[in-house]
Write a protein that binds this ligand. Structure first.
Ligand code: CA
Length: 77
């Protein structure tokens, strides 16, 4: 379980280039944080997470999209 604030801080840390989106490369660069995302969303692979929830053309996930994924797994407190 995570609060929105914890999720935001996790997202900001993952977003290494600070463009407001987390790309597949950023997920791969931080395996420890990706593992937390996996447990909060119940989706084990970064590829699957992005293909299910990222709606932008560049395939990166926004904070709102990540929040939806965590909410859907019932892990947002
Ligand atoms: Ca980024």
């Amino acid at each position: 379980m995570a609060t929105e604030q914890e999720l935001q801080s996790l997202f900001d840390t993952l977003d290494g280039d600070k463009d407001g989106k987390v790309s597949i490369n950023e997920l791969f660069l931080s395996p420890g944080l990706s593992a937390i995302i996996s447990s909060e969303t119940g989706i084990s692979s970064p590829q699957e997470l992005l293909s299910r929830y990222a709606t932008g053309e560049d395939g990166s996930i926004t904070f709102e999209e990540l929040k939806q994924a965590v909410k859907k797994a019932d892990n947002l407190t």
